[in-house]
Design a protein around this ligand. Structure first.
Ligand code: BGC
Length: 441
């Protein structure tokens, strides 16, 4: 190239994400609203959980959603994922509570008034007590009941919704409710699991068809928990077989059962699992708290590379949204590093051709972490459960910095691989920027 020809200009400062990328955070109704007294979870908590592990008023978001959505706006998110609680809207079979439906309309409108793209989950783990009483998802009738619920409410709220998620993490629901039995319905039995799996798949397919044909401009998918699996010893055939079977069972089975009924893949990524053969034939899951130095407050391994692996594995022609990804930690510097390193992997995957269109951090606010109660702190925003005050964590500002750049700026990249401490300088700069932005609101 001749010397005097202008060089092509590169933006070396920021790892840019595609235009129109969705940046947001996720919640689910039961975990944040409080007082969902008509839900099977509520009933189960009263019988099985000590008082400090019950959801009670949760984050009182039922009454404070305007305040939380102001924070979303202040933090510059352009989208939000949330769910509605079936047991509130249909507390008794066939009796739809118009007051509660109006409530959800106001919630969704409040997001739209702030110009936020809405991803709405129609079922996130909880059932009305009367549905649980007939056997929940084990009973084929629940498929029809869920379909009726969706057909009844969606025409009234669709104008405020941009994306629909029919079901959240079917396989996690089966694992927790029918294998570990730490969640309701806490039932045993091989056939119960099979029936629940098939009924959830049937429910998704029916609801997908209804939504897809009536609202063709609103993409429909599920949020699936996708794990990255790895053999501990690269040459162990048995460990490799464990990886293959687990990958199919945990990551692919629901897609196989619901083929051709997804406009996008919603991916919740939390887990990296190594299979290790010690004694006996069957490889066991290696204990992350012993094998890795980097674990969350829940003992889950921090393994950003796994996100690249699962994205690459699922990469095909339909768009991918990361519908959940987050860390439980009371040390917010760890969340800074988490955000930067995991988003760096998302960036890498996009560069390598994976069609990722959005990222929703789990979670917007600290909330009720199911059977583990309120100790795990996932939020970008801290909740003081005594006063219900909301406090923006510094990591929320790091995320805002990324959103404002629509990419990872160089100033943040230097945290990868070095220190988990967000420097005071960085924090000060971000706070000042945020102040300036909120004046503009
Ligand atoms: C679920 C959330 C949960 C989060 C963290 C996901 O499996 O969808 O409800 O709080 O993981 O455990």
């Amino acid at each position: 190239m001749p010397h005097n020809e202008p060089k092509e200009k590169h933006d070396h400062q920021t790892l840019k994400f595609p235009d129109g990328f969705l940046w947001g955070a996720s919640t689910s109704a039961y975990q944040v609203e409080g007082n969902n007294i008509n839900s099977d979870w509520w009933e189960w908590e009263q019988k099985n959980q000590p008082p400090h592990l019950r959801s009670s008023t949760a984050c009182d978001q039922y009454n404070r959603y305007e305040q939380d959505f102001d924070l979303i706006k202040q933090l510059n998110h352009n989208s939000h994922r949330l769910s509605i609680e079936w047991s509130r809207i249909e507390p008794k079979e066939g009796e739809f509570d118009t007051h509660e439906l109006e409530h959800y309309k106001s919630v969704l409108k409040a997001l739209k008034n702030r110009n936020i793209k809405v991803m709405l989950t129609l079922w996130h783990f909880t059932l009305p007590i009367w549905v649980a009483d007939i056997g929940g998802w084990e009973n084929g009738k629940t498929v029809k009941l869920f379909e009726r619920f969706v057909k009844r409410i969606v025409p009234q709220i669709a104008e405020y919704v941009d994306f629909f998620i029919t079901l959240n993490e079917p396989e996690v629901y089966i694992y927790q409710g029918y294998i570990t039995r730490e969640w309701p319905p806490a039932k045993k039995g091989f056939w119960a699991k099979v029936k629940v799996n098939l009924n959830l798949a049937a429910a998704h397919k029916k609801v997908y068809k209804f939504l897809h044909s009536n609202y063709p401009d609103k993409p429909v998918g599920i949020a699936n928990n996708i794990q990255s699996f790895e053999p501990y010893h690269k040459h162990s055939i048995l460990e490799q077989l464990a990886v293959i079977f687990s990958d199919i069972g945990a990551n692919h089975i629901f897609y196989i059962l619901t083929r051709n009924t997804h406009d996008f893949l919603g991916i919740n990524y939390y887990f990296h699992t190594r299979f290790k053969k010690t004694e006996g034939l069957i490889p066991q899951v290696a204990d992350a708290s012993k094998e890795s130095q980097d674990i969350s407050d829940l003992g889950w391994e921090i393994y950003p590379e796994g996100l690249f692996d699962v994205l690459a594995d699922l990469s095909d022609h339909i768009p991918i949204y990361i519908t959940e990804c987050g860390i439980a930690s009371t040390n917010d510097d760890r969340r800074n590093r988490f955000l930067i390193t995991y988003l760096h992997e998302v960036y890498r995957s996009i560069q390598s051709g994976v069609n990722v269109r959005g990222f929703f951090y789990w979670s917007l606010i600290d909330n009720f972490e199911w059977h583990r109660g309120f100790d795990p702190r996932f939020g970008l925003i801290e909740i003081d459960y005594k006063t219900m005050e909301r406090h923006i964590r510094p990591s929320a500002l790091v995320y805002t910095d990324i959103i404002q750049h629509n990419g990872i700026p160089h100033s943040l990249l230097r945290f990868i691989g070095h220190t988990v401490q967000a420097s005071e300088v960085l924090e000060k700069r971000l706070k000042e920027e945020l102040k300036r932005e909120s004046h503009k609101l």
